[in-house]
Ligand binder design. Structure first.
Ligand SMILES: [Zn+2]
Length: 307
């Protein structure tokens, strides 16, 4: 599962306690899908939890029936769900619930649906669930909303820049006829994920960022002081310190053969999980196998790492 899908699944577990927020999230979920008129209220998603949540919310909030159809897209074998409101009467009722008309040439965010800060938060969560993506932490720190209309994208950007006092500075680009509203940078993306309710995704991102920075700092340093390894340093951080110590003294070639590849791999990819590390080895290893070897590397550094 991609980082985006995991994040969306996590957001779909957020419980919206207040009815005003459930309504605002539902609004965000459908407004950014491309169809928001009497002829068509629909969006496509690759996330089953998102499709389910949209159907539930539309039923609770507006009393409309949502049809969810799944289809396997040939390339990549991904399943895509089409989420749509059937019947013109139902669609009109749904639009009126959010103070929209049957046909609007310039679709905008109607802010009367977002009266309090809690609703802004829920609305942005809905928007992300509908049209958002977030880059996996090992590849960078980008969160994007792919919006079908320019003015709608402008409204979203304005809303993001004042959301939750986060001080976000969203950018906008036109890509293949869609308007991409994006937030860049580890801290901004992590803040926004936390704000939307994806605390685990946010923590994963910050952890990956911390490990990468640590590896880069170690790379830059000539003399490594062994003192003061923080007791709270994570397992991955301890592994990086051990590998750095071996490289700076006896060299990685001094390691037993079965530990060399994994040591190099860990050094290059500080943010990978144990499972992912195992999958990247020339001979794949289970999570516990990887864990065992990394422990041996840490022990090796303790016994052989002193020059
Ligand atoms: Zn609310």
């Amino acid at each position: 599962m991609s980082f985006s899908s995991e994040t969306k699944a996590e957001l779909c577990r957020v419980e919206t306690e207040r009815s005003c927020c459930q309504r605002a999230e539902c609004y965000g979920l459908f407004l950014f899908g491309g169809g928001f008129s009497a002829a068509d209220v629909s969006f496509l998603t690759e996330s089953a939890p998102v499709a389910r949540r949209a159907a539930q919310e539309a039923a609770v909030v507006a009393g409309v029936f949502v049809e969810t159809v799944s289809a396997i897209v040939r390339r990549g074998g991904k399943t895509t769900f089409s989420v749509s409101i059937r019947g013109e009467n139902q669609r009109l009722h749904f639009l009126h619930c959010f103070a929209h008309h049957s046909q609007e040439w310039n679709l905008r965010i109607h802010e009367e649906n977002l009266q309090t800060e809690c609703c802004v938060q829920a609305f942005l969560r809905g928007a992300f669930l509908c049209c958002g993506t977030v880059t996996a932490p090992e590849k960078g720190y980008d969160l994007e909303f792919s919006v079908p209309y320019m003015k709608l994208a402008g409204d979203l950007s304005a809303l993001l820049s004042r959301a939750g006092g986060l001080g976000l500075q969203p950018g906008m680009v036109n890509r293949k006829g869609r308007f991409i509203v994006y937030v860049k940078g580890g801290e901004s993306v992590a803040d926004l994920l936390t704000y939307l309710g994806a605390k685990n995704a946010s923590m994963e991102l910050m952890q990956a960022k911390m490990l990468k920075e640590m590896r880069n700092n170690l790379n830059r340093r000539n003399n490594f002081e062994t003192a003061n390894i923080d007791k709270t340093a994570s397992a991955a951080a301890r592994q990086l310190l051990a590998i750095e110590r071996i490289m700076g003294t006896v060299g990685l070639d001094a390691l037993p053969e079965e530990l060399r590849e994994i040591a190099a791999l860990r050094w290059e990819n500080p943010e990978l999980s144990l499972r992912e590390l195992g999958e990247h080895l020339s001979q794949p290893l289970s999570r516990s196998g990887v864990n065992h070897r990394l422990r041996r590397i840490v022990e090796f550094a303790e016994h052989n790492g002193d020059s």
